[in-house]
Design a protein around this ligand. Structure first.
Ligand code: ADP
Ligand code: MG
Ligand code: MG
Length: 209
């Protein structure tokens, strides 16, 4: 079972990872975007981190919904609505839950992915967040369906997210600002896929103890 405490720790851990990688994410975005991905994400997740103690009395679904609202209202750019959709749809998959089974975790991640897909309309290989998120969620689901533990599933999902993130390097961007560059977006790692990797890695750090 994944506890509410672990979900709160995940959000805290992700906020820390974003803060630590703020410059790196911004540099990646400077190469193929407008040099603000780290700034945008850090603004939103510092706000989330500051609110976590207020969220603690809520159930998991309400916490995820509150995170979504904070992100939508404070993160500018493409990533605000996209991460907002991830957490909003994730929240609707676990309504009323105080702890999450492996199947609940599959539902949460799958719903979050669907939210980003519906919001951004990106496909695999468009060089976006989806290229890290989709393999991570697919791998997590597959490992759980094989009857393995949450620990094993999230470890393998993290490997898949990292591979997906690195696989964006040779891609031509088809969505978002980077798509304006056409072929000049080749040989650069996508900033959003990189922040998604940090999100999955943060979950892994909390669940594998
Ligand atoms: P902006 O491009 O508005 O400045 P950010 O820099 O915060 O926003 O976020 C850029 C990231 O958003 C990209 O690296 C990419 O991963 C992601 N992104 C952009 N458009 C889409 C989309 N339609 N679907 C999924 N992800 C997207
Ligand atoms: Mg940007
Ligand atoms: Mg911007």
């Amino acid at each position: 079972m994944v506890t509410k405490e672990q979900i709160l720790q995940w959000l805290q851990q992700f906020a820390s990872a974003i803060a630590q990688n703020k410059e790196y994410l911004t540099q990646l975005d400077a190469a193929i975007g407008d040099a603000d991905h780290g700034i945008n994400m850090d603004r939103g997740f510092q706000k989330v981190a500051n609110q976590l103690s207020n969220f603690a009395a809520q159930d998991i679904s309400s916490i995820l919904k509150s995170v979504s609202m904070t992100l939508i209202s404070s993160v500018g750019g493409a990533s605000g609505p996209l991460y907002g959709s991830f957490f909003l749809r994730a929240s609707t998959a676990v309504i009323g839950k105080q702890e999450l089974s492996n199947e609940d975790m599959v539902s949460l991640l799958q719903a979050g992915l669907d939210g980003v897909l519906q919001r951004g309309k990106a496909q695999l290989s468009d060089k976006t967040m989806i290229d890290a998120l989709s393999p991570a969620v697919t791998t997590f689901t597959q490992i759980i369906r094989e009857g393995k533990t949450t620990t094993e599933a999230i470890q393998q999902a993290t490997v898949a997210a990292e591979q997906g993130m690195k696989a964006t390097i040779p891609m031509v961007a088809k969505k978002g600002r980077a798509s304006y560059l056409g072929d000049r977006s080749i040989n650069r790692q996508d900033p959003g896929a990189t922040s998604v990797y940090l999100m999955i890695q943060s979950l892994s750090e909390v669940l594998v103890e």
